[in-house]
Ligand binder design. Structure first.
Ligand SMILES: Nc1ncnc2c1ncn2[C@@H]1O[C@H](COP(=O)(O)OP(=O)(O)O)[C@@H](O)[C@H]1O
Ligand SMILES: [Mg+2]
Length: 254
């Protein structure tokens, strides 16, 4: 495919650029991204579309003229919950409530063909070269001891991935890390994503999630070292690695 000249850049990260094409959104990855990852994100999204969760429609995976591959989805006109939270700090708790309720709603869905969460965490922990064999073993033992759950988990649920549509309905994008598994693990990941930005917001999120989901905070915390290891394996790098390593230490040996 050829990208139109009137495309508008929405976000630029390490290995991709997200463009607004008018009616559609193109997530364009550079050549370092395995093509199978892009098809996998498209497949996850198609499955999420089919189970009825409000999300952009998966439309196409195409090779882009000039290099790389793109995932094309329908556009959900609106603003992200992250933008709303930043623009109106006084309404943070109100938006946080909507965010938490949406996550709990997603956790009520089942999608039996999605990848299993334990398999994903197992693979990510095993891929970590920053951790020695004993620490990886401890983490895998801990993962093995967790109760089996099979609920839809987004895997990267944070306010930048929630779009408030023009009619006020909430849509969730960015399903690259979706799995079926334990909601508490998904909440631990969201806590960690908040904590990488703002510790106070992270604590507020955790308290609200546990209250509204009626989930013991101890279960969410028991996943913290596992999700920190899995986030570390994504190699997004920078100053965050130190914090993630500290989460693995603190939560693994307490
Ligand atoms: N279908 C969509 N409709 C509207 N905006 C979108 C859509 N998909 C992505 N965006 C916007 O682009 C941003 C980045 O897209 P996302 O899929 O989350 O990529 P990344 O993996 O880089 O986080 C989102 O935070 C959102 O603002
Ligand atoms: Mg995103």
């Amino acid at each position: 495919m050829q990208l139109p000249d009137n495309k508008v850049e929405l976000a630029r990260r390490g290995n991709k650029v997200v463009y607004d094409l008018g009616e559609k959104i193109a997530k364009v990855f550079n050549e370092t991204k395995p093509v199978s990852d892009i098809f996998n994100e498209a497949l996850n999204l198609a499955r999420i579309n089919e189970c009825g969760i409000r999300s952009p429609k998966a439309l196409e995976v195409s090779e882009v003229e000039g290099g790389g591959w793109a995932l094309i989805t329908s556009k959900v006109p609106g603003v992200t919950l992250a933008e709303k939270m930043a623009a109106e700090p006084g309404r943070f708790y109100e938006y946080l409530e909507q965010f938490v309720d949406l996550q709990i709603e997603i956790h009520s869905y089942r999608c039996p063909l999605l990848q299993r969460q334990v398999d994903k965490y197992d693979r990510m922990i095993n891929s970590l070269d920053q951790l020695n064999a004993s620490t990886r073993y401890d983490l895998l033992q801990r993962l093995d001891g967790m109760k089996t759950r099979r609920r839809v988990c987004h895997g990267d649920f944070n306010p930048t991935n929630v779009i408030v549509a023009e009619d006020g309905q909430l849509y969730v994008c960015d399903w690259a890390h979706a799995t079926q598994g334990a909601p508490a693990a998904d909440a631990a990941m969201t806590y960690l994503l908040f904590a990488l930005q703002d510790k106070q917001q992270a604590e507020a999120y955790l308290e609200m999630y546990c209250n509204r989901a009626d989930e013991p905070v101890q279960i969410v915390r028991s996943y913290m070292s596992i999700v920190a290891a899995s986030e570390l394996a994504r190699k997004r790098g920078g100053a965050n690695d130190e914090f993630l390593m500290s989460c693995i230490d603190v939560f693994d040996y307490q």
